[in-house]
Design a protein around this ligand. Structure first.
Ligand code: KG4
Length: 333
């Protein structure tokens, strides 16, 4: 089955062609230049940029895959969660193609795409514990199989990616912040400043391992207001701040894995591109004797290949969506 998938939930316009198990193309048009000067995604500008990019991106994905609309067997698109204006662009394009070519169509949950993204490159057996960590979400799921995901924890306030992006804004480092802080941190000392770690009470009885990043962000803001940055240097601040985020993410993830007795941990979403998180996760996994799996960098951040993969699995189960399917900004997994 040759599937064209489209992803446009936030600020990347992406299209991919998956042919059975072979990924034939995966194109991502970033809007970083559009949002850079605002220090974050501006929803109205994001939708307009998607409208401009969607046709060229789909065309490039088809060309790179050596196919045309006539060569497709099915079409998929992210239907939520995300920015509604952004979602509507990709979803409408996919539905229009499905209608014009009389092809089966399916809407995919963006989070499911991330949760399954590792399967584009590795065979990971279910069940696995998945840390989904991106600009819009920080959650822990026990993935037992396709569509069988138990939520074990979520952020009570900001997502980890948001904590990176806001810190970069406070420190005047530009957008998107995660990548800049990651790069700068390689030259800094992660123990230079002891930023607070929110340790919410883990509640194993109710299987809840929640996160909180707003206190850390406020601590950085206060620190910079009090002039602390000048003395210590940006690289040391960035490395210390990043270390606090990584500590909080890994502490809960490994505690949850231990609690549910899961020996496979998958880390996915934009923040899983973070080099410190990847290295420390691998190191901790070695120490406690579990396996960790993290996608290659191009499948960590938003992409349509993961949407195509989720679509393939759902089509294989005989599922599809009606062309009346609407975008849902708060779609739950
Ligand atoms: O999954 P994603 O591409 O988009 C959505 O959230 O929908 O994630 C984007 C987030 C941004 O907050 C960005 O700052 C963060 O991922 N990010 C990183 C890194 N690369 C991207 N955070 C930390 N380290 C990185 N290397």
């Amino acid at each position: 089955m040759r599937i064209l998938a489209i992803e446009s939930s936030c600020d990347d316009t992406a299209a991919a062609v998956l042919d059975g198990t072979e990924l034939r193309s995966s194109i991502v048009a970033s809007q970083d230049d559009v949002h850079h000067r605002f220090g974050g995604v501006v929803p109205e500008l994001a939708s307009r940029s998607h409208i401009r990019a969607i046709v060229p991106v789909v065309r490039r994905a088809l060309e790179a895959a050596g196919t045309t609309l006539e060569g497709l067997d099915a079409v998929a698109a992210t239907s939520g969660p995300g920015l509604v204006g952004s979602l509507l662009v990709g979803l409408s394009a996919a539905k229009a193609i499905a209608m014009a070519r009389a092809l089966p169509f399916i809407g995919i949950n963006h989070h499911e795409g991330h949760l399954l993204s590792i399967l584009l490159e590795r065979q990971v057996e279910f069940p696995y514990l998945a840390l989904l960590v991106s600009g819009g979400d920080t959650s822990l799921y026990l993935a037992r199989g396709l569509g069988d995901y138990e939520l074990l924890g979520a952020t009570r306030d900001d997502a980890a990616g948001e904590a990176f992006d806001k810190a970069a804004k406070i420190l005047g480092l530009g957008y998107p912040g995660g990548r800049v802080i990651d790069r700068l941190s390689t030259e800094g000392d992660p123990t230079a400043v002891r930023f607070p770690r929110a340790r919410l009470k883990q509640r194993p009885k109710t299987r809840r391992f929640d996160f909180s990043f707003s206190g850390l962000k406020t601590a950085l803001w206060q620190f910079s207001e009090e002039g602390g940055v000048g003395d210590i240097g940006l690289a040391n601040i960035a490395a210390s701040y990043q270390e606090a985020i990584v500590d909080m993410l890994l502490e809960n993830t490994f505690a949850a894995a231990d609690h549910v007795g899961c020996t496979r941990i998958v880390i996915a979403g934009g923040v899983s591109a973070n080099s410190r998180l990847r290295n420390r996760a691998a190191e901790t996994a070695r120490q406690v004797g579990v396996d960790t799996f993290v996608p290659s960098l191009r499948f960590c951040t938003d992409n349509a290949a993961m949407i195509a993969l989720a679509a393939r699995e759902r089509f294989a189960r005989g599922e599809s969506s009606p062309l009346s399917l609407n975008a849902d900004a708060a779609l739950e997994l």
